[in-house]
Write a protein that binds this ligand. Structure first.
Ligand code: 13P
Ligand code: SF4
Length: 350
């Protein structure tokens, strides 16, 4: 597509969301990026949280963490440019070690990935020998390397169920763990590595052993937000991400991964919708479903996802930066946990 064709396409989708002057600039950038993408035999993967102009113009594939991991494991291209945060790009490298994996912003981290270290996991394993460790994909590669199986927000329940009712260590998201515990009717404990622990006989009930890291975005949503919105708009359908607190999830009409929220909105017919997740996704859904009314709570943004810009994506392709590397000894161990997750196909209704 020419820059003018990209502009027309973006304009038709985003006229209510992005000012015209910005669309003009972004169309030029998208044209340069897409040209270079072909020249360099690259594929661009875009997480559902990317800003609307980027999301609708340069990714070859968009999706949630699980969908993008599956695509990264299968691509034939030489270069994977990951428009998402670092743990996602690292997962792509773990799955496709022969490819050059680039992330456009050096700093795009995640409060959950920062919330636990490989040493913490080693200590938990020493405390609970033989207990399987499930880690959320929102972790660094060396943490994944210490664990038995990964999960994402779309398959966390299925992954825990695949462990057949055993006690599991589930890391590092406190709220996701609480939501999984509720869905699988298990109780949850939060041990301390420095003493003052729950009695070991609490393990007789096969609990989920959690950890207290949180997503700095989703922890901000409250029950009061939901009550206020429902007072103002009695016909609203509220969707939340399972990184929100269990109280918020329970008070929502639907909870699921970013991709699951998108499909839920597509297949339902509510008068209006509110997403309790990163705000850009609401813009992206509005653009894809012009007939749906979305309410917005845009004071809550993910600063890490927002690091990824089209300008930096162009520079990433021009200068082959920032190259994501995972030491081979860590990669092969992390790969086992990621591959084991990809083998789990959730049962309908999970
Ligand atoms: P999804 O896997 O649902 O896309 O979530 C990733 C994430 O970081 C949500 O905050
Ligand atoms: Fe991490 Fe939360 Fe940002 Fe997702 S929204 S990348 S979990 S900080």
């Amino acid at each position: 597509m020419t820059a003018e064709e990209i502009y027309k396409d973006l304009k038709s989708k985003l006229h209510d969301v992005v000012p015209d002057a910005e669309l003009r600039i972004k169309s030029e950038l998208a044209f340069e990026i897409n040209k270079l993408k072909v020249e360099r035999n690259a594929v661009i993967l875009g997480h559902n949280y990317m800003e609307p102009a980027l999301f609708h113009s340069i990714p070859d594939y968009t999706g949630d963490s699980l969908e993008l991991s599956r695509i990264a494991s299968k691509t034939e291209k030489d270069i994977i440019v990951f428009c998402g945060v670092r743990f996602m790009a690292e997962t792509a490298k773990i799955l496709s070690p022969k490819k050059t994996v680039l992330i456009p912003a050096k700093k795009a981290g995640c409060s959950l990935a920062d919330g636990i270290t490989a040493e913490d996991v080693r200590q938990l394993k020493a405390k609970y020998p033989g207990v399987p460790v499930v880690t959320y994909i929102n972790t660094n590669a060396d943490v994944k390397a210490e664990t038995d199986i990964c999960c994402t927000s779309s398959n966390a329940v299925a992954v825990v169920q695949s462990l057949k009712g055993e006690t599991v260590i589930f890391l590092p998201d406190e709220y996701l763990a609480r939501n999984v515990a509720r869905a699988t009717r298990r109780h949850i404990i939060f041990p301390s590595l420095t003493g003052g622990d729950p009695e070991t006989d609490t393990l007789l009930d096969k609990p989920i052993i959690g950890w207290k890291a949180r997503c700095e975005v989703h922890e901000k949503f409250t029950i009061e937000d939901i009550q206020n919105i429902r007072k103002q708009f009695s016909d609203v359908m509220i969707l939340s991400h399972p990184e929100c607190s269990p109280e918020v999830v329970a008070a929502s009409d639907f909870a699921g991964s970013t991709a699951e929220m998108i499909s839920h909105i597509k297949r339902t017919n509510a008068e209006r919708y509110l997403l309790l997740t990163e705000c850009s996704m609401g813009d992206n859904i509005m653009a894809a479903n012009p007939d749906k009314k979305m309410l917005r709570m845009c004071s809550v943004r993910c600063p890490h996802m927002n690091e990824i810009t089209m300008e930096d994506t162009l520079e990433a392709l021009r200068q082959t930066k920032y190259v994501v590397e995972v030491p081979e000894e860590i990669r092969v161990r992390a790969l086992n946990a990621v591959k084991r997750m990809l083998e789990i196909i959730p049962k309908a209704g999970d």
